[in-house]
Write a protein that binds this ligand. Structure first.
Ligand code: CDP
Length: 256
């Protein structure tokens, strides 16, 4: 969030944004489930210019052991940005921002996973941002919940996530990089469509009550659409898996 350089117009006279989107329009989103062989579950998300991979391991024995909870599983997320994911090389390793994002994503996912089914275990979620263009925490959370479902982790529902915000005094959906840098506010939202719960909500910048309500409503409506895209990715994955099994069993019966 910051002042706009005088020559940068975030919304033109026709109400279009820098990339031609209308205020309530999301960037194109593509999700693929089950992309990594060695993880228990995985998902790859391309969302505008963001490219994010999520991998899930577990439920497995919780390490370090002193973190074990005798009542439930621990959902531990690690969000990481690759050095080459941003314009200026990012210094490798964790920093304050990645700790914060890891924590809020862990908390959002903990709300939907039936953690009580797996006492003493850990469900480890790794989010790797390969290319960043604003909205990576939303893309990461969206990818992570698909990866959890792909791993067969029982959940109340998938979490879908999208940000709204304010640029040039207009409430907009899904901020791009320049909008994030030079806009007036950003509100990332994580939403559970089946229960209507909000499991992630942050706000950077200033908004009136009306603008906040409008932005939140926009983000929630977008999350409902994202949830459908997440489900489609899992259905494609499931039908591909079923076909693989059918081919395997045909090959086996032919061999007999
Ligand atoms: O990515 P997200 O919007 O969830 O988080 P942010 O902290 O608001 O960052 C916004 C954007 O700033 C990121 O998506 C990156 O494109 C960029 N960024 C960067 O260029 N270098 C960093 N060290 C961190 C973020």
């Amino acid at each position: 969030m910051g002042g706009t350089p005088t020559d940068l117009k975030l919304i033109d006279e026709n109400g279009r944004r820098l990339d031609g989107r209308r205020p309530d329009e999301m960037r194109p989103l593509r999700i693929e489930a089950g992309v990594l062989k060695r993880a228990d579950g995985s998902a790859y998300v391309e969302w505008g210019l963001n490219k994010v991979m999520a991998a899930v391991y577990g439920p497995r024995e919780c390490h370090p052991r002193h973190l074990q909870n005798t009542e439930r599983a621990l959902v531990q997320c690690r969000y990481n940005m690759a050095s080459f994911s941003v314009d200026d090389r990012k210094r490798p390793g964790p920093d304050r921002r990645s700790h914060e994002i890891s924590k809020i994503i862990s908390e959002a996912l903990t709300h939907v996973v039936f953690t009580e089914y797996f006492p003493r275990t850990s469900i480890d979620v790794y989010i790797e941002v390969l290319q960043a263009n604003a909205g990576t925490r939303c893309a990461g959370l969206t990818a992570a919940s698909v990866a959890l479902a792909d791993a067969g982790v029982p959940m109340r529902d998938l979490v879908a996530s999208c940000a709204a915000g304010k640029v040039s005094d207009t409430v907009v959906l899904d901020l791009g990089k320049e909008e994030d840098n030079f806009g007036q506010a950003d509100i990332p939202v994580g939403y559970v469509p089946r229960t209507g719960e909000i499991v992630l909500l942050q706000m950077d910048g200033d908004l009136t009550h009306e603008e906040f309500d409008k932005g939140l409503h926009m983000a929630v409506e977008a999350c409902k659409k994202i949830s459908d895209i997440q489900r489609d990715a899992l259905k494609r994955r499931y039908s591909a898996r079923t076909q693989d099994t059918e081919i395997d069993s045909t090959e086996r019966s032919e061999a007999v």
